[in-house]
Design a protein around this ligand. Structure first.
Ligand code: PHB
Length: 360
C-alpha cells in the first residue's frame, strides 16, 4: 500500500483501526503478586488508547506458564475481572486491545511454579542465563521435557485462556511465539531435540504452534488472532541452525489460517544479531498473505519509509510507548518525545509508569 502512512486507517480483521501505530507488548511487572491486573494498569493502558491497536504485555495462560514476578495471567476469574476494567477503559476511549497469550516454558524457575516443579520444555536443555525470581536472579535450571501426551493439555490451556480473554472483553488475542518462550522453544533445533511428532522436521517443530493457533481460532475466529515471531532474536539463549528456512516454512503454514496479522520482531531485543544466521525480514513479509506488523526500534521516519515501500502494513513501538502515552499525537505534530527511564521499566509503582507527561 504505497500511498499510506502511519495515520491512515487500516482494516484488521473486523476492525477499522484509526491509524497504523501499534503499542507493542511490554512486560512491566506491575500486576499483583497473585498475577492479577490492578488499578494502575487500567490507567496505564487507558492513557495509551489512541494507538491504532494495543497489544497487552505477555500474559500467562496457566500457572505453569509463569516466568517472572508480578506479571499478569488470564487463567482465573480475578484476572478476568482485572482485565475487564482495562478493556472497558480502552474501549471507552475508542481504542482496540488484543491480549498476548504466553507460556515461558524452560525460562521459568521452580520458585515460580506450583510445588516447586521444574519448568517444562520440549527437551531437557538448560538455557544459559538467569531466571528472574522473587528473590532476585537465579541460574536457569534444566527443564523437564514434556511427554507427548502432556502437550495436548497445554494446547487446551491456551484455548481456556482464549475463552477467558473473550470473557474479559478483549478485541482479539496474539499468540506469543517469539523471544525464546515455549512455542519458540518448540520451533528451534537449539531447544527442541525431540524424536516424537513434535521434533525433527520443520513440520514437526511447527506442529505445537499450529495446534495452539487452531485451538485459539476455535474460540475467536481466525480474523481476531495474530501471532508474534522473532526469527533473529537470541534472547533467552534461543537459536536455530537455519532460521531463514525454518521461518519461511512457518510463515507459509500460517497462510492457510488467514490470521488477523503476523507481528515480527525484526532484530534482537537485547544482544546483537548473529550475522551468520541473519536474513532480510522482507522475505517473510513477501511470503505472508495477510497484514504484517513490523517491530524493532522504529522511528516515525523509518516507520513511514517501511509503509511507503510496502515492507509493512503497521508498525509497533515498544520503548517509545513506555514514555509517550500520546505517541500518535506526538508523531502527528512532530513533537518531541519523552525519554524513558530504564530504572522504572520493570516493577515499581506509578512512577515511570503512568506519570509520563502528555503534550499540552
Ligand atoms: C521480559 O520480561 O523481559 C520479556 C517478556 C516477554 C518478551 C520479551 C521480554 O517477549
Amino acid at each position: 500500500m504505497a500511498d499510506s502512512d502511519l495515520f491512515t486507517a487500516v482494516q484488521l480483521g473486523p476492525y477499522t483501526l484509526s491509524n497504523r501505530v501499534v503499542m507493542a507488548p511490554l512486560t512491566r511487572n506491575r500486576a499483583t503478586d497473585k498475577n492479577v491486573p490492578q488499578a494502575m494498569n487500567v490507567r496505564y493502558y487507558a492513557q495509551r488508547a489512541s494507538a491504532g491497536l494495543i497489544i497487552t504485555e505477555a500474559t500467562q495462560i496457566s500457572p505453569q506458564g509463569v516466568g517472572y514476578p508480578l506479571t499478569p495471567g488470564i487463567h482465573n476469574d480475578e484476572q478476568v475481572a482485572g482485565w475487564r476494567n482495562i478493556t472497558d477503559a480502552v474501549h471507552d476511549k475508542g481504542g482496540r486491545i488484543f491480549n498476548q497469550l504466553w507460556h515461558v516454558g524452560r525460562v521459568s524457575h521452580p520458585s515460580l511454579q506450583i510445588d516447586s516443579a521444574l519448568p517444562v520444555a520440549p527437551s531437557a536443555i538448560k538455557p544459559a542465563g538467569d531466571a528472574f525470581t522473587y528473590s532476585g536472579l537465579q541460574p536457569f535450571v534444566e527443564p523437564r521435557a514434556l511427554d507427548t501426551e502432556e502437550i495436548a493439555a497445554i494446547v487446551s490451556d491456551y484455548q481456556e485462556a482464549a475463552l477467558k480473554a473473550l470473557a474479559a472483553g478483549f478485541d482479539g488475542v496474539e499468540v506469543h511465539a517469539a523471544n525464546g518462550y515455549l512455542i519458540d522453544q518448540f520451533l528451534r533445533d537449539g531447544s527442541n531435540q525431540r524424536s516424537d511428532e513434535y521434533g525433527g522436521s520443520y513440520e514437526n517443530r511447527t506442529r505445537f504452534l499450529l495446534e495452539v493457533l487452531d485451538a485459539v481460532i476455535e474460540v475467536w475466529g481466525s480474523d481476531r488472532v495474530g501471532v508474534r515471531l522473532s526469527p533473529l532474536n537470541p534472547f533467552n539463549d534461543i537459536h536455530d541452525s537455519n532460521p531463514e528456512a525454518l521461518f519461511s516454512y512457518v510463515v507459509q503454514q500460517l497462510n492457510s489460517r488467514k490470521l488477523a496479522y503476523l507481528h515480527v520482531v525484526e532484530g534482537a531485543i537485547q544482544a546483537d544479531v548473529d550475522s551468520n544466521t541473519a536474513f532480510d525480514m522482507a522475505i517473510l513479509r513477501r511470503q505472508f498473505d495477510g497484514l504484517y506488523i513490523a517491530n524493532g526500534g522504529y522511528t516515525k521516519q523509518r516507520a513511514n519509509d517501511a509503509l511507503e515501500t510496502d515492507r509493512a502494513d503497521l508498525i509497533s513501538f515498544g520503548a517509545l510507548y513506555v514514555a509517550n502515552p500520546d505517541l500518535v499525537a506526538r508523531f502527528k505534530q512532530d513533537a518531541g518525545l519523552n525519554q524513558g527511564d530504564p530504572a522504572t521499566y520493570y516493577g515499581g509503582d506509578e512512577a515511570g509508569y503512568t506519570d509520563y507527561p502528555f503534550l499540552e
